[in-house]
Design a protein around this ligand. Structure first.
Ligand code: GSH
Length: 223
């Protein structure tokens, strides 16, 4: 019986619990798109009704009360990088981590700076605690992170963040630049980041998954 339920769940295909504007959800959308994986989107509106991520129903899916979460192959995953690495390990083509261990290391540095050193500091629940100074706060920490990323990327970048192959680093970079632009960070200080973002944003997998054109994007924010 259990195995029949599992087979049914696997047959359903992946479901992404996300929010159009969430940069971490966008990372997962890009990974699915790059790998050509079909999935269903279920919106968890972070603002409406005091935040749908805070409901008991969603807490059962992700106890951290954050998006994204993904049900896939009969399991539920949270944490965008864990989700992307699971997809990478189970659906390896096209690869999102370079074959060369040194380049893999570089990819992970970029991902970690963004996912641990920048994004958590401008998360909604952090900004709600900061209150009136939230824009300056977010600008400060994005600038601080980008000041570290710029010289690293200057060394590692080719066409994309690490050489000429799209990787998880690119998947993390573009949504973070989107957030920076929302908080009006002066991107002219970061020419390498800006150049990479401009190149990547023209690629279909990044374009089609942009926050401005998701099923839950409000009409006034649609591209
Ligand atoms: N480390 C997590 C972070 C997830 C995260 O911060 N999600 C944000 C949206 S990008 C969220 O759900 N925030 C809800 C809140 O602040 O209440 C990941 O990579 O998935």
């Amino acid at each position: 019986m259990l195995s029949r339920t599992l087979v049914a769940l696997v047959a359903l295909g992946p479901v992404l619990y996300g929010y159009f504007r969430s940069s971490c959800s966008w990372r997962v959308r890009i990974a699915f798109a790059l790998k050509g994986i079909e999935y269903e989107q279920k919106s968890v509106n972070l603002i409406k009704d005091g935040g749908q991520q805070l409901t008991d129903q969603f807490k059962a899916i992700n106890p951290m009360q954050q998006v994204p979460a993904v049900t896939i192959d009969g399991i539920t995953l949270s944490q965008s990088l864990a989700i992307i690495q699971y997809i990478e390990e189970t659906r390896p083509e096209p690869r999102l981590l370079p074959a060369d261990p040194k380049q893999r290391g570089q990819v992970r540095i970029i991902c970690d700076i963004i996912a641990s050193g920048i994004q958590p500091l401008q998360n909604l629940y952090v900004l709600q605690k900061i209150g009136a100074d939230k824009v300056q706060w977010a600008q400060h920490f994005i600038n601080r992170g980008f000041e570290a990323l710029e010289p690293i990327l200057k060394q590692t970048a080719g066409k994309y963040c690490i050489g000429d192959e799209i990787s998880m680093a690119d998947i993390c970079l573009v949504p973070q630049v989107y957030n920076a632009e929302r908080f009006k960070v002066d991107m002219s200080q970061f020419p390498t980041i800006r150049r990479l973002n401009q190149t990547l944003i023209e690629i279909d997998a990044f374009k089609a998954t942009h926050p401005s054109c998701q099923p839950d994007t409000p009409d006034d924010l649609q591209a």
